[in-house]
Design a protein. Sequence first.
Length: 511
Amino acid sequence: MENTQSSAFAPLSVAEDEHESDLLRSPPVNYEAEQALLGAILANNRAYERVSDFVHPDHFADPVHGRIYDACGRIIERGQIANAVTLKNLFEGDEDLAEVGGAQYLAKLQSSYVTIINALDYGKTIHDLFLRRELIDLGSEVVNDAFDHDLDLSASQQIEATEAKLYSLAEVGQTEGGFTSFKDAVIESVHMTETAMKQETGVAGVPTGFRDLDKLMGGLHNSDLIILAARPSMGKTTFATNVAFHAASNKKLTKDPSGELVEVPQVVAFFSLEMSAEQLATRILSEQAHVRSDSMRRGEIHDTEFERLFQASRKLHSLKMFIDDTPALNIPALRTRTRRLKRQHGLDLIVIDYLQLMSGPPGRRSENRVQEVSEITRGLKGIAKELDVPVIALSQLSRQTEQRDDKRPQLADLRESGSIEQDADMVVFLYREEYYLAREKPGARANETPDKFRERMAQYDENLEAARNKAEVIIAKQRHGPIGTVELAFNGEFTQFSDLITDDHLPDSNY
C-alpha cells in the first residue's frame, strides 16, 4: 500500500521540482562580454563605430555598463576622445559607479582589453542576450494576458498583438544592414534593366496588363506602395481584379540555382475585406468568360455561356492567386499571412480591397481615425519593403469631388489623407465621365426656347457618346516616373477594363 502511494505522488514532486527550478533560473547575461566591449571602446574609440548601429545603452544587463557606454557615445559623437580619464569627471560622485570601484573601475576596464577586433562579436553577444531577456519578458506578459479574461480583447486579438510585439522586437534585432556600396547598387540596376529587356512585356516590374499604362508606369515595382483611389462605382475592385488576374497569368524571369534565367508563374495575394472569396471569384470568372455575374447568380445562362464559364474556370484553376476575405484585417495579421504565403509559395503582388476597411493595431484604441489610417499606410509600406513586392491598396475618395464642376479626382480628395499621399510611391485615380453624365441629363429651363433646349440636348448626347465605355486612369503621383493620364475601355456589362483601341493606335502584338 505504501508503494502505491509513493508512486502516485512521485510525478507531482518531480513537477514541483521543475517548477521551482524554473523560478530559480536567472535571465541570460554576460557581464564579461559587456566589460570586454567597454574596455575595447575605452582603449580605442573606433570599436564604438563597429557596434553603435545596433548596440544601445539599454541593451546592457548591468545598468552601470549601459551608462558608461552612453557616456562614451556622447563624448565620441562630440569629436572628443572617450577614455578612463575623460569619463572620470562625468562619474565623480556617482554612487552606482562607486559601488563597483569608482574611477578605478574605469581604469580597470580600459587596461583589461585584449583587442578591438573582437568588439563586433562582443556587441552581437550583448545584443543577442538583450533580445533573449526581452523574449522572456514578452513570454511572461503573454502568459499573464492569457490568464486575464479581458472582454475587450479576444484570444485572436491577443495573438495578433503578440505578433506585433514580436515583429517590433525583430526590427530591433536587425544587426545587419547599413550602407550598400554604389557598385552593388549599380549592378542591381543593370540586372533589373536586363530582365526588363528580356521580358516579353518589356517592363521591369509586375505588368498591369494595360499597354499604355505599363509604358507610363514601367509596371508595378517591388517595395512600392500603390494607392488606387476613386469614388464608388468607378470600378476600383474591377480594375484591381483585372491587374491581379493578369499578374497571376504572367510568368516572370528569375535565375535558377545554376544562374540561368527561367520562367516561373507569379503569385498574387488578394485581401478582399468587402466581398467574400466566392463573390470575388464569381466576378473574375464573369470578366474572363464574358458572362454577366447577375445571370450567373440566378442561373439564367445559355449552354454556350456555361461552356465559356467552364473553359475559363479551367484556366483559373492553374493560377497562383490566393484570396483572403477576413473582415477588418489589421497590419500584424496581414504581415503574418503574407510572410507565410511567400515562404510556402512565393509572392509577387499584394492587393488590398480596401484601405478604409482595415482596422488599427490590436490592443490599441485610436480616437483619431486619420492617425489610425496613417499607421496602416506606414505598415503597408513596411510590408512592401520587407517582402520586396508591390502592394496595391484601394482607397475611397471624399465627397468633395462631387461638389466640383470637374469631378476628376485630386490628391486632396483622399479620405483620411493623413500620410496616404506621403507614404505612397504612386497614387492612381480612376475616373469615368460617363457615370456622371448619365446622371446629369439636362431638363428644360424656365423661359428656354425649344431650339435652345434641343441644342443643349444635342451637346449632351455628343458628350455622353464621346465618354461612353471609356475610363481615365490618372497617375497623380509617381516617384519613379512622370504623372499623366491613360484612357482605357470599360465594359460595364462584364465589369472589365481593357486597352482602348483607336484608329491611330493599333494594338501591340505583345498584349
